[in-house]
Design a protein around this ligand. Structure first.
Ligand SMILES: NC(=O)C1=CN([C@@H]2O[C@H](COP(=O)(O)OP(=O)(O)OC[C@H]3O[C@@H](n4cnc5c(N)ncnc54)[C@H](O)[C@@H]3O)[C@@H](O)[C@H]2O)C=CC1
Ligand SMILES: Nc1nc(O)c(N)c(N[C@@H]2O[C@H](COP(=O)(O)O)[C@@H](O)[C@H]2O)n1
Length: 225
């Protein structure tokens, strides 16, 4: 069985994830970062796309010492398993995600990944190959489920999130809408890629909760089936 998949993102008031040069922007405030850390510490695994690795070089570790202690006291590893969706194995072998903090990493590649790049990543991560050109997200999720991953948090970016919506794999969307306008028609949004044109293909959401947080709005949506 595939994991429960929660996508969490911070968007600007005009719906952007970052600048048009894909430069990371501080959209969330302290309270939202604390909320994200709680979601992260409750997850078995956390996933990002290669675009985010190349743009931001994130570590995706749990930040709060209390939450780390809580994970350890309940027999869970310090950090969730960190997973990169990376069809062609472009993850730099010195990427922070592969080195910061203890714990398992998975790089999900496709058959298009060159052997030498896979060999460079293998000492740092388990490699799972699905799909011919792109990672087959449906097959991958089944494999992750069979490894005991029940709750998966997805951090972005917009291309991966669109791929997950396209495959009908998202269960919950948690978003923080911050009080800045980033602008730019080519700046990433939370569901990039080609988009959908038929109303029947649109993902329908059901409001779970909405709250004011920091200087913005935090919303949880459930995906309607
Ligand atoms: N504000 C926020 O909460 C966050 C913002 N970001 C921003 O998002 C931007 C990066 O987003 P993107 O460039 O869209 O990259 P991305 O992180 O979504 O990675 C996309 C890549 O994943 C790979 N991939 C393999 N199989 C796939 C499949 N089946 N479906 C979709 N993708 C697949 C492709 O190579 C694709 O180019 C950065 O600017 C980053 O700062 C990223 C995470 C969170
Ligand atoms: N939740 C959230 N709020 C913001 O304001 C952000 N800019 C982001 N960005 C993403 O968070 C990740 C940072 O990870 P580490 O701190 O290195 O663990 C990274 O992927 C950013 O894109 N998120």
């Amino acid at each position: 069985m595939r994991p429960y998949i929660l996508v969490n993102v911070a968007v600007s008031a005009d719906g952007k994830l970052s600048t048009r040069e894909r430069r990371q922007v501080k959209i969330s405030g302290t309270d939202d970062f604390a909320r994200v850390d709680i979601i992260k510490s409750g997850a078995d695994a956390i996933m990002v796309g290669i675009g985010t690795i190349l743009a931001d070089d994130p570590s995706l570790t749990v930040k709060s010492p209390e939450r780390i202690a809580d994970r350890l006291s309940t027999g869970r590893p310090e950090h969730p398993i960190r997973i990169i969706i990376d069809s062609k194995a472009r993850t730099p072998p010195n990427a922070k995600i592969l080195h910061k903090g203890p714990g398992k990493r998975i790089v999900a590649v496709s058959s298009a990944a060159p052997e030498e790049r896979i060999a460079a990543l293998s000492p740092h991560a388990e490699i799972i190959s699905t799909g011919s050109e792109e990672v087959d997200l449906v097959v991958l999720m089944e494999k992750l489920g069979s490894q005991g991953i029940k709750r998966l948090m997805v951090e972005g970016g917009g291309t991966l999130i669109a791929g997950l919506f396209n495959a009908g794999l998202v269960d919950q969307l948690s978003m923080f809408i911050g009080n800045i306008i980033i602008g730019g028609s080519s700046a990433p949004t939370l569901a990039d890629g080609p988009g959908w044109t038929q109303e029947t293909d649109f993902t329908k959401l059901e409001l779970m909760q909405i709250q004011q947080l920091d200087q913005g709005v935090q919303i949880d949506w459930r995906v309607r089936r």
